[in-house]
Write a protein that binds this ligand. Structure first.
Ligand code: ZN
Length: 275
């Protein structure tokens, strides 16, 4: 099943059509995505019987598929190739920061370029569907509602302005495009081995597989949930592979007028214009 956020309402995507979850459930679930995710198990049980008037899918009206989550976790240096290109040691525990929730944006939203050090980072994003507190790695996928595509847009100047302030440097408004929809795990053939990449003006900049993650999604959930509970609707940006602009010679950065395309195999494709 694919769940999207169309006009700020959670919808089930069925090919070219959508079913409004709040309308189809008589108000039991939704309308916003976080309230669907808050009752994810009940929603999954009810979903097969939800029918309602279908409306055409309007890609231009899609927002971030999770709405505004309680918590956003992001993992740095989680691909060996990216740790190497950054000149950093491979961490022994997931290097964790947050993107503040108000920075998240939709799959086709514009990215406002501020300064000369705004960079791209394609990432697989996992969304939590059940409260996860001290979850063992072997069970961790069962706590995930689904996965989606993310761009961890980063202002490198702000990120390193105070020595290191990853969270703020990755949280300018609109610097967290996500989407186009949440895909439930049962629809993903092997969620631990997905191709992902991004291009700028059609030139591929990143191209990798999630099987190269240092800490897999289950390992990240086990580690994070040993520290604090992960809540339904929470978002995890799982890290970016090599090929970011900062690590290129010469360095590259996004400029107004460019188009960033971002994809994860079997999940979907985002397109964001830089303004
Ligand atoms: Zn990142």
């Amino acid at each position: 099943m694919k769940i999207a956020n169309q006009h700020n309402r959670a919808v089930i995507v069925d090919g070219e059509n959508t079913i409004d979850i709040a309308e189809a459930s008589g108000g039991r679930f939704g309308p916003d995505p976080q309230s669907v995710l808050a009752e994810w198990d009940a929603f999954l049980a009810a979903a097969p019987s939800l029918t309602g008037p279908s409306k055409p899918l309007d890609m231009s009206a899609l927002g971030n598929p999770t709405g505004v989550p309680h918590q956003v976790f992001a993992i740095g240096l989680n691909y060996r190739t990216h740790a190497e290109e950054s000149g950093m040691q491979v961490p022994k525990v997931p290097a964790t920061f947050t993107k503040f929730p108000a920075s998240l944006s939709g799959p086709f939203d514009d990215i406002e370029i501020i300064g000369e050090a705004v960079d791209w980072e394609v990432e697989l994003v996992a969304v939590i569907g059940r409260r996860a507190d001290r979850v063992p790695e072997a069970d961790a996928w069962s706590y995930v509602a689904g996965v989606t595509v993310g761009q961890d847009i980063s202002d490198r100047k702000l990120q390193f302005a105070a020595g290191s302030q990853f969270s703020l440097g990755k949280s300018r408004r609109g610097y967290g495009p996500m989407g186009p929809w949440l895909v439930t795990i049962d629809e993903v053939e092997n969620p631990d081995d997905l191709g992902l990449g991004c291009s700028v003006d059609g030139v591929v900049k990143q191209d990798a597989r999630t099987s190269d993650l240092i800490f897999s999604v289950p390992q990240i959930i086990a580690e994070l949930s040993s520290v604090l509970p992960l809540l339904p609707g929470d978002v995890i940006f799982t890290g970016t592979p090599s090929g970011v602009g900062m690590a290129r010679d010469p360095k590259e950065a996004l400029r107004a007028g460019q188009v960033v395309e971002t994809w994860v195999e079997g999940i979907g494709h985002m397109r964001n214009r830089c303004i």
